[in-house]
Design a protein around this ligand. Structure first.
Ligand code: SF4
Length: 66
């Protein structure tokens, strides 16, 4: 899978995704918005990434299948 945050400027910076899956998401210290640090996470992280997708209030986290 491939993970994106798009459009990133709609991020609310609430850190829900980075709490749910810190291996994939972090809050950028400069702009306070979430960013993806691992675009192709291992399948073992799928449930955590999916939780982030489901819980993101801005609905901007996208999973694409390879
Ligand atoms: S859960 Fe969504 S709105 Fe919240 S920080 Fe992550 S990408 Fe941004």
């Amino acid at each position: 899978m491939r993970v994106k945050i798009e459009p990133r400027d709609e991020c609310l910076g609430d850190a829900i995704c980075s709490d749910e899956c810190p291996e994939v998401f972090v809050i950028n210290e400069e702009d306070g918005l979430a960013m993806v640090i691992k675009e192709n996470p291992d399948e073992s992280l799928r449930e955590a990434v999916q939780n982030a997708v489901d819980e993101c209030p801005a609905e901007i986290i996208i999973i694409e299948e390879d």
